[in-house]
Structure formats: C-alpha cells, structure tokens
Design a protein around this ligand. Structure first.
Ligand code: P6P
Length: 340
C-alpha cells in the first residue's frame, strides 16, 4: 500500500480543504524539517555532547538542558528567513523573537516548547517539541509585533502539533481538519503518514497524573482520583490503571492512540499556581485532543476558551476522554456549589 507523506498531505489539504494557505503550508514543512534535525541531535545523546544541563535558567526558573537551547536555536534559525512569520515565542525565551529586518515578514505567529519533558533527556526517555500557530492581527502590518499580539485564545489557532523523539520519531499535526500522524523514515528522510484522521478511543480506564502532588489537589481532583483507585469496589465500578511519563507529549500521544485522561491540576492552595503553560503546551494539545473527539479543560473551563493574560501563563490541565473530563468538571461544579 502506497502511504501518503507529509508533503502530499499538505498539498492535498491546500488543494481540497482550503484549510491551508501556501504560507501556512511552508511554515509547517519548515517546522517539520527542524524537528528532523532536533531528532538527530536527541538520538546522538552522549555521543553528540548534547546531554546535561547548562549553568543557565530559563524564564520559567528551570535549569536549561543543552538540548533545550540547541532545539530553540534550530527552530529560530529554520523559521527566520522564510517570509511566513511575523514573530516567534518560546518557552526558552523571556519575550518574543521578531523577524530580523533583513528578512521579509509574513502573517503568522509561531509558538513552541522546543524540548518538552527535557528532564527525561539524560535518562533515555521520550521527549518532544510542541508548536502552535496563530495569525498575526491585521494591524501588525504597519508596526512592530508585540507580546499582546500573541495573547489570543486557543480557538484562534490555525495549526498545532508535536514531534516525539522516542522509539520512533513521530509528528502529529492538525490544521483544523482532523489529527494526522507521520512517522519519520530515517533512510529516506521523509515523514510518512501512519495514522490518519485519528479519533481517540473513549472509555479507556487509564489516568495520568503525578501522584506526589496530591497535597496540591482540589477536593474535586482528589475525589476523582480516589474513586478510580477504589476501582470496582468504589462508585465508578471499574478498575483503572495509571501512567505518568513526565513528558506531556508522550502522555498525550498515548491518550490519542489508546484513550484515557491526563491531568496536571493547578495547585489549589495558591491562586494561579500551576505548572503547564497555556500558549505553547496546553492550547496546542487541546486543539489536537478536541480535533480527535476528546475534551480539554483547566479543571472547569475549556482551555481554548481562556483569554490569555501573559505569554508564559500557566494553567491547570485536564484533557482526554470526554466523559472522564466531564466527570472532573461535574465534581468541580458540585464542590463550588457546596462551598458557595
Ligand atoms: P513533573 C515537563 O517538564 C512538563 O512540562 C510536561 O511535559 C510534563 O507533563 C510535566 O512537566 C511533568 O511534571 O512535575 O511530573 O515533573
């Protein structure tokens, strides 16, 4: 069977679904090519002098891994000259990166987490790159791009995806017409379509959460998890399994492929204290999950409905199986009513 490729898929999307203006197609191809280069560096590991940490911290206050910086530079260099972008933003950079004046500017904004799960790099576990694409506001054509131009809700995304650097190198992508998976054929250097129009299985009894954070959970999250640990003896009447990889891309990919729910709740003890970032982690993953038939909230509100208040804003994340996410929402609502 002749499998399709990323290039063919993008051309057909541009031709058939009118979902893909030429500049957006170019942007996606360039990001995919940069992910191939990142994959090559990740795969070298200790042999490529790319493991370990730097003495620097990023804007998140996290120690930067060498590969965080390498991947960030690769994505900036790959996307600066193409004429398709107005600016970029990254987990690894405090503020936006405007396109240098020596290059033409385009109408898109690219946001990315260059290496998600980087704490796993030095121990041989899967990591990935997450990206989100927005359109720059019309007004940008007459002035410099600002951070505020990026502060658009997740509903405004025109494309989103991730690459996973694991047993295979995978690219999972949506442009609003479903979710598509491509596997890197290293011998040829092509992205080969290996799953198309992905629909996440529902009803899978598997949750992903970092249990060591239990003290931070709201009563709703605590109730949800405790009931699932009780299994058949408890109110949900089913035994659940647990997975936690500490790489959002790996957990989300598993959920897209075989179902379940992923949770990184906000810390209920401190207002606005959460770990995952809205603009370049939660929003792109939410776009993919909703396109595949799942749901994605901050524990109560759909994540893509949130009006961002900052480039590096952090949010609670509950995403995956629609019924499971709705159960968490129902518990949160009932707890809110009870304490009102
Ligand atoms: P913890 C990786 O650092 C990350 O941002 C996500 O990829 C992952 O889901 C989460 O943090 C892991 O956090 O607290 O379990 O190490």
């Amino acid at each position: 069977m002749q499998r399709s490729t990323l290039t063919r898929f993008l051309i057909e999307q541009q031709r058939n679904a009118d979902a893909l203006p030429a500049e957006l197609r170019l942007l996606i191809e360039i990001v995919a090519r940069a992910c191939k280069t990142i994959s090559h560096s990740v795969a070298k590991g200790a042999l490529g002098e790319v493991l370990g940490s730097l003495d620097s911290e990023n804007v998140q206050g996290e120690v930067q891994k060498k590969l965080d910086v390498i991947a960030n530079e690769l994505l900036l260099e790959a996307n600066e000259w193409g004429g398709h972008l107005a600016a970029m933003a990254s987990e690894e950079m405090e503020t936006i990166h405007r396109i240098p004046n020596r290059y033409p500017k385009g109408e898109y904004l690219l946001l990315f987490d260059p290496i998600d799960g980087s704490s796993n790099i030095d121990v041989g576990l899967s990591v990935g790159t997450i990206f989100s694409v927005l359109k720059a506001p019309e007004a940008v054509s007459g002035r410099d791009v600002t951070e505020e131009d990026f502060l658009q809700s997740g509903r405004a995304q025109v494309a989103a995806g991730y690459a996973i650097y694991g047993p295979q190198t995978l690219l999972v992508l949506t442009v609003g017409t479903g979710v598509y998976e491509f596997t890197l054929d290293r011998e040829v250097g092509s992205w080969i379509m290996t799953d198309s129009a992905m629909t996440m299985p529902q009803g899978k009894c598997e949750f992903a959460i970092n249990m060591s954070n239990r003290r931070q959970w709201s009563p709703a999250i605590t109730r949800y998890i405790d009931e699932r640990i009780e299994g058949t003896a408890g109110p949900c009447g089913k035994d659940y399994n647990m997975r936690w990889t500490a790489s959002m891309v790996a957990d989300v990919h598993r959920i897209l492929k075989r179902g379940g729910i992923f949770m990184y709740p906000a810390d209920s003890r401190v207002a606005n204290k959460a770990k995952l970032r809205l603009m370049y982690e939660a929003n792109p993953m939410s776009f993919l999950i909703e396109q595949a038939g799942g749901a994605a909230t901050d524990g109560l509100t759909p994540l893509m409905d949130l009006a961002p208040n900052g480039l590096h804003q952090r949010v609670g994340v509950v995403l995956g199986d629609k019924a499971e996410v709705e159960t968490v929402t129902a518990y949160a609502r009932s707890m809110a009513t009870a304490t009102a």
